[in-house]
Design a protein around this ligand. Structure first.
Ligand code: 5GP
Ligand code: MN
Length: 316
């Protein structure tokens, strides 16, 4: 697989790199690292993101320009990173269908293998780890820009080296990246200790909705448009709230429900041990990993909660 990708990187010239909507640290870090790597090869990369870079990743070295229009025919190859489902590129994903060289690089169990080339390794801690492996195939030094982006991808996708996907390989690669000049303290502060006040106002709204069910095994919080408006906050300010709920002892499944539009909700699930929320979300048309997954459901908030609680109860 790496050889095929290597061949593309040696033979083609113009590349588009993209990822999923509401990008997380792994999505952003992998995309930006790939951008700087391709540039370092003397080639022509561009990045398309449906959403703006979340504030907590604003410190990362990034392209001067991020495309907000998709013109796939301008590129020889399209790299789709950390994205299990092509639809998750955003509303404009339809345009990508006509392209004959989509390279899908990912680590989600629910990946739909939509590329001409699919390098999907579910054992990898993160997409950044896979991207790192590709880079090591080339005899080029890892620049500072590349190193900090990759480190941030691995660091955030392993939940600061706490989740099940925290492997010796993840530590080994991060060790190498730190030797290349990345400061773990700096990245940790930027990502986890640099939030605006609005996030905490929003968190207090979310916590007021906390319901603990199934004898303490399931915790649910929800956020409505009204709460976002009241606290003058936006979707990105609630990133990570489901993880807070998982921090409660005894909790097996933590659920965050966020209103996207009237009658449309984003459901994020986090679990412990072998409880597979990836499967639950995949059954609802979403996806993710065993212990972290998401999907979109329609209905009233009470209906959505009911559907989710029932599915989780059955899984337990
Ligand atoms: P989050 O809840 O933070 O949005 O996502 C948790 C994990 O599930 C991430 O790995 C994310 O990529 C994946 N995920 C979230 N929502 C969806 C979805 O609607 N479809 C798919 N395929 N994956 C999702
Ligand atoms: Mn990832």
């Amino acid at each position: 697989m790496i050889e095929e990708i290597e061949k593309i990187l040696r033979e083609k010239r113009r590349f588009l790199i993209t990822t999923h909507v509401d990008p997380d640290g792994d999505a952003i870090g992998s995309v930006f690292a790939m951008y700087f790597f391709i540039k370092q090869l003397g080639l022509f990369p561009e990045v398309y993101l449906r959403d703006k870079v979340p504030y907590r990743y604003g410190f990362l070295p990034q392209p001067h320009r991020v495309e907000t229009e998709l013109e796939p025919l301008n590129y020889d190859a399209i790299f789709v990173l950390d994205c299990g489902d092509l639809k998750r590129v955003g509303e404009k994903h339809e345009k990508l269908k006509d392209h004959d060289l989509i390279v899908n690089i990912d680590h989600h169990e629910t990946n739909e293998m939509f590329g001409k080339i699919n390098y999907v390794d579910v054992q990898a801690s993160s997409t950044a780890e896979i991207v790192y492996r590709i880079f090591r195939f080339f005899d080029v030094p890892l620049s500072q820009e590349i190193a900090i982006n990759l480190y941030t991808g691995i660091f955030t996708d392993t939940g600061s080296f706490r989740f099940q996907n925290t492997t010796d390989e993840a530590f080994f690669i991060c060790g190498h990246l730190v030797r290349n000049g990345v400061s773990p303290r700096f990245v940790a502060e930027m990502v986890y200790e640099n939030h605006p006040k609005e996030r905490f106002l929003l968190l207090s709204e979310a916590l007021k909705t906390l319901e603990v069910t199934e004898g303490g095994k399931v915790g649910i919080v929800s956020l409505t448009t009204d709460m976002f408006q009241r606290t003058n906050s936006s979707y990105e300010h609630s990133d990570g709230f489901a993880e807070y709920i998982r921090e409660m002892g005894g909790i097996k499944v933590a659920i965050l429900i966020r209103e996207l539009d009237k009658g449309k909700y984003k459901v994020s699930m986090r679990s412990k041990d072998d409880i597979d929320v990836g499967r639950i979300c995949h059954n609802f048309g979403g996806g993710g990993h065993r212990n972290a997954a998401g999907c979109i459901l329609e209905g009233t908030l009470e209906e959505v909660k009911g559907i989710v609680k029932k599915a989780v109860s059955e899984e337990l």
